[in-house]
Design a protein around this ligand. Structure first.
Ligand code: SF4
Length: 494
C-alpha cells in the first residue's frame, strides 16, 4: 500500500498560561532557563529579562528548596512591574511542598515524575492549586532520573520513560485537568527520539492530545551542542511532533534562544510530498540499521555507497521515501547543498535535515556540500553529525549540563578546560555536571563524571561508581586525567 510522506503538525490541544499558548496549532514556542541562584531575586530578574529580550516566550527558574520557592513571588512581582512578557515556569526537583509554593506564584510548574511522590494526594493537591490559579503543569520525564520502581521494571529505557509519563497523565486526566505539557528528555538522541515517538503512540491509544515540550539534555556547548540539539529536536519536528522547545547549552542561557529560533524558522517552509511503497519496512521506535556498512563522511565515499541528493524543501521525507523505495541494500550517503555562509547555521540545518535518517538507521553517510565553508569545517561538522546521531564516535563526547541555580562551580570555563585536555581521546564519554543531586543520574551512560559536590568541590565518577570525593576544583581535572590513565584509556595528543 502506498503512503504519502509530507510535513504536518501532530494535533495537540491548546494549553494557555502566562499569556503563552502551546499546542492547538499555535506556532512552536522557544524557551530557555536561568542559571542564576533563584534565591537571588536581583540576579534572577536581570537574567530572566535578558532571556526574554533574546526572544524566549517562556523562561524557567529552578526551585530546589524553600528559599528558592519563596523567591518566586517577588521575582514575579518585579517582572510584572518591569513589563516582562515571558511566561515563568518553576522547575521542581523533589519536594511536593515546594511545587505547591511555586504554583501560588508562577505560570507553570514542571515536575519530574521520577522524583515526585504520587502517594498522599500530592499531585491532586498541586492540580487543585493550578486549576484555581490558571497555572499549567509540565510532566518532565528525564532518562537519567526514572523512579526506582519504573527502573526496576523497564530499566532506563524509552519504554520506562513512557510508562512514567503515562502514569502521571492518567492521574491528570482522572482529575479532569488538561493544562498539561509533557517532555521526555535524554542526552542520548536515539533514546530521546524513540521515547517521544512511543509516547505519541501511547497517548493516541488513550485518546490523549497533550502538547509536547522537546529537548536534548546535556547537549554541551559550541557547534557540537547545536548539532546534538538539531539532530534530536529536528528528527521529531520533521514529523510534526513538538509544540515548544528548549535548546540546552552549557553557555549563557541567552545563547539558547537564537538557536531555538533557527530550528523553528527552518520548519516554516516544508513543502514536498513523497510516496513510499512499503512504509512497513520502517521502524520509528527501534533502531534497525538498514545495512552494516561503516558510517562515513563525504571524503571517505567509495563505489559501494550510493549517493542520494535531496533538493526539495522537505529533505527528510524526500530521503526517507527514496531510501525506503530502493530495492537493493546498498549503503546510502545523504547529500545536500547549503548556500549559507554561516558555519553555525549550516551545522544546525544539516543536523535537522539528516539527523533523523541517521538515528533511524536508514542512512550510512553524510555529504554536506557547502561552498562557503572550508574542507576542514565541513569534515568537522560531518563527524559531529555522525557522533550526535550515535553512529560513529570520533572524539570525546561531553555530556555537560546547561547549569542552573543549583550549579556549584563555573561550568562554562571548566568545560572549556576539560575539553582542552581530553578532546583528543576517542571513544570516551565524560559527564560534566553542576550538582550531585541530579548530575549522576543525568549523565547516565558517561564513562567518567566530573560532578559538583559542594561549592567549588568536585566528586569524580567512573561510570556510576564514585572514585574520589569532594576534591578542590583546582586539582580535580588532574585527578580525572590520572584516573583515565590508570584505567589505560589515555594517550597523549598527536
Ligand atoms: S545537573 Fe546541572 S542543570 Fe541539572 S540540576 Fe544539577 S546543576 Fe542544574
Amino acid at each position: 500500500m502506498k503512503t504519502t510522506l509530507k510535513y504536518s503538525r501532530r494535533e495537540a490541544h491548546e494549553v494557555c498560561f502566562g499569556g503563552v499558548k502551546i499546542g492547538g496549532g499555535n506556532p512552536i514556542v522557544v524557551q530557555s532557563m536561568t542559571n542564576t541562584p533563584t534565591a537571588d531575586v536581583e540576579l534572577s530578574v536581570a537574567q530572566t529579562k535578558r532571556i526574554a529580550e533574546a526572544g524566549a516566550e517562556i523562561v524557567r527558574l529552578t526551585a530546589q528548596g524553600k528559599k528558592e520557592g519563596e523567591a518566586l513571588a517577588p521575582i514575579m512581582q518585579r517582572l510584572h512591574t518591569e513589563g516582562v512578557k515571558a511566561a515563568i515556569v518553576a522547575d521542581i526537583h523533589f519536594t511536593p511542598e515546594i511545587a505547591m509554593i511555586a504554583a501560588e506564584a508562577v505560570d507553570k510548574v514542571r515536575i519530574n515524575p521520577g522524583n515526585f511522590r504520587t502517594s498522599n494526594g500530592e499531585l491532586q493537591r498541586l492540580i487543585e492549586i493550578c486549576r484555581r490559579r490558571g497555572v499549567a503543569l509540565r510532566i518532565g520525564v528525564n532518562h537519567g532520573s526514572l523512579a526506582k520502581r519504573i527502573f526496576d521494571e523497564y530499566g532506563d529505557t524509552p519504554e520506562g520513560m513512557v510508562a512514567s509519563a503515562m502514569e502521571f497523565l492518567q492521574m491528570c486526566r482522572e482529575a479532569d485537568f488538561h493544562d498539561v505539557v509533557v517532555s521526555m528528555k535524554s542526552s542520548n538522541t536515539r533514546v530521546m527520539v524513540h521515547a517521544y515517538r512511543l509516547l505519541v503512540e501511547a497517548m493516541e491509544r488513550e485518546g490523549m492530545t497533550y502538547p509536547l515540550h522537546l529537548g536534548v539534555t546535556e547537549a554541551g556547548n559550541g557547534i557540537e551542542g547545536r548539532i546534538k540539539s538539531g539532530v534530536g529536536i529536528g528528527a521529531l519536528l520533521a514529523d510534526g511532533i513538538g509544540d515548544t522547545l528548549r535548546v540546552s547549552l552549557t553557555e549563557d542561557p541567552e545563547n539558547e534562544v537564537p538557536v531555538g529560533r533557527i530550528i523553528v524558522d527552518y520548519f516554516a517552509k516544508r513543502e514536498g510530498e513523497f510516496e513510499v511503497d512499503n512504509i512497513d519496512a520502517y521502524s520509528p521506535t527501534s533502531f534497525c540499521p538498514r545495512t552494516t556498512a561503516k558510517p562515513i563522511i563525504h571524503s571517505e565515499i567509495t563505489s559501494e555507497y550510493a549517493v542520494i541528493e535531496a533538493t526539495s524543501m522537505n529533505p527528510t521525507h524526500e530521503w526517507r521515501a527514496a531510501i525506503l523505495n530502493r530495492e537493493d541494500c546498498t549503503p546510502v550517503v545523504l547529500r545536500r547543498r547549503y548556500e549559507e555562509s554561516n558555519k553555525e547555521r549550516v551545522a544546525i540545518y544539516a543536523a535537522i535535515d539528516m539527523g533523523q535518517l541517521l538515528i533511524d538507521g536508514l542512512a550510512d553517510g553524510v555529504w554536506i556540500d557547502a561552498p562557503a565553508l572550508s574542507d576542514k569545517e565541513i569534515e568537522d561538522i560531518e563527524l559531529m553529525l555522525l557522533q550526535a546521531s550515535r553512529l560513529r564516535f570520533s572524539r570525546t563526547e561531553y555530556i555537560a549540563c546547561p547549569s542552573c541555580g543549583r550549579t556549584l562551580y563555573d561550568i562554562q570555563s571548566t568545560l572549556a578546560k576539560i575539553k582542552e585536555r581530553t578532546s583528543h581521546l576517542k571513544d570516551l564519554k565524560i559527564g560534566v555536571m553542576g550538582c550531585i543531586v541530579n548530575g549522576p543520574g543525568e549523565m547516565a551512560d558517561a564513562d567518567y563524571g566530573y560532578v559538583g559536590s559542594s561549592p567549588e568541590h568536585i566528586t569524580l565518577y567512573r561510570g556510576r561508581e564514585i572514585v574520589e570525593r569532594n576534591i578542590h576544583q583546582s586539582e580535580a581535572l588532574d585527578h580525572l586525567i590520572e584516573i583515565i590513565k590508570r584505567d589505560g584509556r589515555w594517550h597523549d595528543p598527536k
